[in-house]
Design a protein around this ligand. Structure first.
Ligand code: SF4
Length: 636
């Protein structure tokens, strides 16, 4: 089998596997929705997700260790991940192939020539690394002060000990003390801002997000295999635009994204240029047909001085060489090799920009007094500062959410939160379901902790800490039907899933119709005059005919007749007696101590547009600072 055929089979297999994982990652009971698929495996394989989350959070979620294995293997065989595994790479390869088909060799060589713009991906990588390690760098700088002090003391100790012939031990002591000082400072330093922005352009989160939130909802809309209702994701147009542009640009330059943008490709290129096995020419001089350059996906120039960092290991060059002069071996190319043109100053600028981006953008106070109460995170989410250090923006949580309430945050939430999950209670089939922890169980980076149902509900061993609250519902009395329009409605109270209910009502009576005059009475039916009634308008059981302090419930009405069920103090009105109609309202109140902020009330509220009861992130358990009342000020 030709090596290129093997590569295509591998790409097709991993692309199909990736799409299958996206498809099966739904919550349901159907056979194909099997539990236990490693649906995050591609995200875990991506070394940049592991590296940036390690830098940003200081911890590495176990699954992300797969990325370390990819880096290690890249050191041996080169960028196999880009050329043989990456599903996004496979898509680029295919579209790039479509764009190059039928083009003359000269044109293909021109399109595949190395270009200075290939440096951009290193700049992108540097920016994301800088943003991820911003906080670490700040702590390191402060740590250096502590370490310098400790170093000065230790230097004295070393000199003192060296005079006594104990240099070796003292040196070890010195190193240990300096390191200990730094570690101690790092641990003690308050956490600042560091953001895991890499997910914006990291290929696996990017393609996961695009497939989860754009392609699958589109594909599923006609057949409704995955979801009974069509899915909508806010801002999916922007996600689709980025995805579509990345794919279409391959028609202009093959593997455009991989060559010029991909930060993971940049990272793997930096490692892969030192790989044990690499593509190369057997001899410096060849027929110079340039067939290999015309076929090269990575613009690595195999015919001349090879750029190993750019080689995506597509191995098209091996296939294209008529003289069998290109090999994949453990020796450097006989044609010579060139180091990646990093543009050192630009990369440093990218790193610097990344380092200052979180603190500068945080000046708006997004993690402090300027926090956005509309940013309601899924149950189990870490505090916002930690959340932004971990969320990959992969969209897995939004994809598995059975109700579709989890939405990608739009630009209005700021760059730091773009495409992270946020609850939008008015989208989807209901708010956050009480007995569901799907998002928590699928999150690959533990930005949403893997909580149990008992923890979510505050049961069993979690009874003392109570249920997880996403926020709190507030009644907008200016829009609420019983409050603002004297219309009976208890939809929010009825739908509150908490037991005992977090929404309770208080009865209020309001006179809604006056000027009725009693006519003749037969059994329970009374004729009235003075005003014509809308037939059946008072038949909901909430309206009462009022005569002084006595009331009788109206169970049906015509234009001039009422059917009544009288109360104990009710008497049949005499003809000509003045009557009015009152409505019995049950006005809703929220008990913040019980409300978990699930948003089902907001979703079900019949007031269209801006609902009359809305959840905000206040009182969420994940942010103690956002409690409604100061600690000790009340039961909340
Ligand atoms: S919170 Fe959602 S979008 Fe963020 S990493 Fe977890 S699963 Fe992906």
């Amino acid at each position: 089998m030709r090596i290129v055929t093997a590569r295509r089979i591998s790409q097709g297999f991993f692309l199909a596997l990736f799409l299958w994982f996206c498809l099966v990652a739904t919550v349901g009971e159907r056979l194909w929705q099997l539990r236990g698929w490693p649906v995050n495996w591609f995200l875990e394989l991506d070394p940049l997700t592991g590296l940036t989350s390690l830098l940003a959070s200081g911890t590495l979620y176990a699954g992300l260790l797969w990325g370390a294995a990819v880096l290690a293997l890249t050191l041996v065989v080169g960028r196999f991940f880009c050329g043989w595994v990456c599903p996004f790479g496979a898509m680029h390869q295919f579209v790039g192939w479509l764009g190059s088909r039928g083009k003359p060799l000269k044109e293909r060589v021109r399109r595949n020539a190395p270009h200075p713009a290939q440096q951009i991906k290193y700049l992108v990588l540097a920016f994301f690394l800088g943003a991820a390690m911003s906080d670490l760098a700040a702590r390191l700088a402060l740590g250096q002060v502590a370490a310098s002090l400790a170093g000065a003391i230790v230097l004295g100790l070393v000199l003192w000990a060296t005079r006594r012939g104990q240099g070796g031990r003292a040196y070890a002591l010195a190193v240990g003390l300096v390191l200990a000082a730094w570690v101690a400072w790092s641990l003690a330093a308050p956490h600042g801002g560091a953001w895991l922005l890499a997910g914006l352009l990291d290929p696996i989160p990017l393609v996961s997000r695009s497939v989860n939130l754009v392609l699958l909802p589109l594909a599923d809309a006609p057949a409704r295999v995955a979801w009974p209702e069509p899915r909508f994701y806010q801002g999916a147009g922007l996600i689709a635009t980025v995805f579509g542009a990345a794919l279409l640009l391959n028609l202009w330059r093959p593997r455009f994204f991989c060559r010029y943008v991909c930060p993971t490709g940049a990272l793997l290129g930096l490692v892969g240029r030192h790989a044990l096995w690499r593509v190369g020419k057997k001899q410096a001089r060849c027929g110079a047909c340039l067939g290999c350059d015309g076929a090269c996906s990575g613009a690595a120039r195999p015919a001349g001085r090879l750029r190993p960092a750019e080689c995506v290991l597509c191995l098209n060059c091996l296939d294209a060489c008529p003289e069998d002069d290109i090999t994949y071996a453990t020796r450097p190319s006989a044609g010579g090799e060139a180091a990646p043109d990093l543009g050192r100053r630009r990369v440093l600028a990218g790193l610097g920009l990344g380092l200052v981006a979180p603190p500068v953008l945080s000046l708006s106070g997004v993690l402090g007094p300027g926090w956005n109460p509309a940013l309601i995170r899924p149950p189990g989410s870490l505090p916002e500062c930690e959340f932004l250090r971990r969320c990959l923006r992969c969209g897995q949580c939004m994809r598995v959410c059975p109700t579709g309430v989890l939405q990608p945050a739009g630009p209005s939430f700021g760059l730091e939160a773009l495409w992270t999950p946020v609850l939008n209670m008015t989208i989807g089939t209901s708010g956050c379901q009480l007995r569901c922890t799907a998002c928590a169980s699928v999150c690959p980076s533990a930005a949403i902790r893997p909580i149990s149902l008992a923890e979510k509900l505050g049961q069993g061993e979690f009874a003392a800490q109570g249920p997880i609250r996403l926020g709190c519902a507030f009644v907008d009395r200016g829009r609420c039907l019983p409050w603002a329009m004297d219309r009976p409605c208890i939809v929010c109270q009825e739908n509150c899933p908490v037991s005992p209910k977090a929404i309770f009502t208080r009865v209020a009576w309001e006179t809604v119709l006056t000027g009725l005059v009693a006519g003749s009475a037969t059994g329970g039916e009374l004729t009235v005059s003075g005003k014509a009634l809308k037939p059946a308008a008072l038949a909901s059981g909430d309206y009462y005919l009022q005569m002084g302090a006595a009331r009788a419930r109206i169970v049906a009405n015509g234009a001039h007749s009422l059917i009544l069920t009288g109360g104990s103090d009710w008497r049949t009105p005499a003809p000509g007696e003045a009557l009015s109609v009152a409505v019995r309202l049950q006005r809703p109140y929220v008990d913040p101590a019980r409300c978990i902020g699930c948003g089902i009330c907001q979703h079900e509220c019949p007031v269209s547009g801006k609902r009359a009861i809305r959840v905000s992130a206040e009182n969420a358990t994940r942010e103690r600072a956002h409690s409604l009342l100061l600690k000790g000020a009340g039961p909340v």
